[in-house]
Write a protein that binds this ligand. Structure first.
Ligand code: ADP
Length: 614
């Protein structure tokens, strides 16, 4: 879950980086390039092209060229003329008068307003001169397009432009409004002209109410050079005409389309106009939708790897990734532009994340299961090993009793032995089960007070035979006093284990000391031997399960290497610790440090120190 969430956040964050927008743009261009709509354009472009421009004297004569073009168009009788030629400055009275006449001779004309940056930096509208505007059928419209800052491609047109100086609708809207003789009506989400409503949200993030231009293939919208108007007047009659300069040497505005073609600004206006007429508007997917899609993909990837594993999960992951790549195409079919990168990045990262997590998680699970199994096997091994001694004793005694006619005293001794050994057997089994449960965290420790002295005595009794056999002496330094709270059986097991280890790993003729100290509520119980000892490296490992030193192995003493790990667990469960000091060939000292129970402990301490002084 956390892994998938992390990958989601990473993918989403990367998708917000500006350069990534290029990838989204590229995907958009691919998608739009594939559509070839059946659509007959309703508008034409009349172009002041390179040839017209040069033949008529170029830039100095621009107003004359414009007047000439308008006069010719008027003779062809179009429905209306919209021009993006800026008419904000007077040129020369005679020429301006001619232009005014030409404008008046048209049925309907729409003029542009230019956004000019003032010196202060704030933009100002430059409307047509009043004498020209007086001939226009509507307010002037702006002729701005939206060029992508990253790749310079024009994909959208702003339907409105608002600057402190005021607002202008696009020339496009003014044209349609005049052509249909219906006003421009706006709502926060749409701009409406008659029955046509254009989804163009007013938003702070992207100002200008942009509309995607759905470019028709080049050549579909007729482009008629001014000089050809007479020959092609049928193309113009009754149509909407966009008049503009297309001559490369004069046109300020070249527009790059998503398919990489370079067209003039007036052609882009005509393309936008056709988009309006077609009414197939693309809208950007809402942020919420994009987030939801990405969350869905992340969840799908996570679920796939949670429910399945192996090749099934990988196949599903691959399907999710492929689906994420295909999604923009799916949305595009319903005229929605979905950013391509974010879903793909999220799907890919989440799938990869979930896959690697599963891979490592499964490996870890496997390792843990293996460790568990081997721990259990070793525990069984230990139990079997520990049980052998009492079993042999019971078996031997019972056989002797069955086979021989024994004197009553001997018989009673053997019966006692069988009794005590079978009790020991039961204890071993109990310890085994307890330790298993302790390791599993299933068991709650018994919490009863018991005297440490008593269990030390019991342990010493049990270990004496073993020690005598090896000619090892066990010395109790002082009387062990103090009470502990916890599990008596387990604590006895722990102390007994330390004692048997001391016997096992010491050579004959040495001594073992049991030293106890009760001070400030803390009981320290040490078992000190003069045995083989351990070096620092070995010391680090002795509490690990199944670890045995080379020395111990070489000594021929049997062992499983599990005892001390159990002792450590038991002591830890009692809130205590074990300190060990040891030196090879000199001896070891294992000290249990435990919290003593009861208010009397301070007195015990005094008693002990007095005993020590004496
Ligand atoms: P076991 O005695 O069954 O091998 P333990 O867990 O009790 O297992 O002890 C782990 C190892 O620690 C022993 O194998 C031995 O190498 C070392 N060890 C424990 N006690 C002593 C000791 N008193 N002196 C030297 N080595 C010891």
């Amino acid at each position: 879950m956390a892994v998938v969430a992390g990958c989601f956040v990473l993918g989403w964050t990367v998708a917000q980086l500006p350069p990534v927008k290029r990838i989204d743009n590229y995907a958009y261009d691919l998608l739009t390039a594939r559509t070839q709509p059946l659509w007959t354009p309703h508008s034409v472009v009349v172009a002041i092209d390179e040839k017209t421009f040069r033949e008529r004297g170029g830039t100095p004569k621009i107003r004359e060229i414009e007047s000439d073009a308008l006069e010719r168009i008027a003779r062809a009788d179009p429905l209306l003329v919209a021009t993006d030629v800026i008419l904000a400055d007077p040129v020369e009275p005679v020429q301006d008068a001619r232009l005014e006449m030409a404008l008046r001779s048209l049925r309907k004309v729409i003029l542009p307003s230019d956004l000019a940056a003032e010196q202060g930096g704030s933009a100002k509208w430059e409307d047509p001169l009043p004498r020209f505007q007086a001939a226009a059928a509507s307010q002037p419209g702006h002729v701005e397009l939206m060029e992508d800052r990253l790749d310079g491609v024009t994909r959208q047109i702003p339907l409105e432009r608002i600057v402190p100086d005021g607002r202008r609708w696009s020339l496009l809207l003014q044209t349609l409004s005049v052509a249909r003789n219906q006003p421009i009506v706006e709502t926060p989400d749409e701009v409406e002209i008659g029955a046509l409503s254009i989804p163009a949200q007013r938003s702070v993030r992207i100002p200008g109410r942009p509309m995607y231009i759905r470019y028709l293939p080049q050549g579909r919208i007729p482009v008629i050079p001014v000089l050809d108007i007479e020959r092609r007047w049928t193309d113009i009659r009754g149509r909407v005409v966009f008049l503009g300069v297309t001559a490369l040497s004069a046109a300020r505005d070249r527009v790059v389309t998503p398919s990489g073609e370079s067209i003039s600004g007036v052609e882009a206006l005509a393309q936008s106009y056709e988009t309006l007429l077609r009414g197939e508007f693309l809208t950007d997917a809402r942020l919420g939708t994009v987030v939801l899609v990405c969350i869905g993909l992340a969840a799908a990837a996570g679920t796939a790897f949670r429910l399945f594993s192996g090749w099934a999960a990988y196949m599903l992951g691959a399907a999710i990734m492929a689906f994420a790549v295909y999604l923009p195409a799916l949305f595009f079919r319903s005229q929605v532009v979905l950013p391509a990168f974010a879903p793909a990045a999220v799907a890919w990262l989440c799938t990869a994340g979930a896959a690697s997590y599963q891979h490592f998680f499964e490996r870890r699970q496997l390792k843990r299961a293996e460790a568990e199994r081997s721990r259990y096997q070793q525990a069984i091994h230990w139990a079997a090993h520990e049980m052998r001694t009492p079993l042999t004793a019971i078996q031997g005694s019972s056989e002797i009793m069955a086979r021989y006619n024994l004197p009553d005293a001997k018989r009673a001794q053997l019966t006692d032995m069988i009794n005590s050994e079978s009790k020991r057997l039961a204890r071993i089994i109990q310890t085994f089960l307890d330790v298993e449960r302790l390791a599993d965290g299933q068991m709650e420790l018994k919490r009863e007070p018991f005297s440490v002295g008593e269990i030390v005595d019991a342990c010493l009794k049990r270990v004496t035979a073993l020690a005598e056999r090896k000619k090892i002496g066990i010395l109790l330094n002082n009387e062990v006093i103090g009470e502990l709270i916890g599990d008596r059986e387990l604590m006895e097991y722990a102390i007994y284990n330390l004692l048997t280890n001391a016997v096992k790993y010491s050579p004959a003729g040495t001594n073992i000391q049991v030293i106890s100290e009760l001070k400030d509520g803390e009981l320290r119980l040490s078992v000190k031997d003069q045995g083989m000892g351990m070096d620092a490296k070995e010391l680090k490992n002795i509490f690990k399960k199944f670890y045995r030193t080379k020395r111990a192995e070489a000594s021929g003493e049997v062992g499983t290497g599990i005892g001390l790990s159990i002792v450590e667990q038991i002591v830890a469960q009692h809130g205590g610790r074990i300190d060990v000091t040891s030196e090879p060939a000199t001896g070891s000292c294992f000290t249990l440090v435990l919290e003593a129970h009861g208010a009397g402990s301070a007195n015990h301490s005094n008693a002990l120190s007095r005993a020590g002084d004496g």
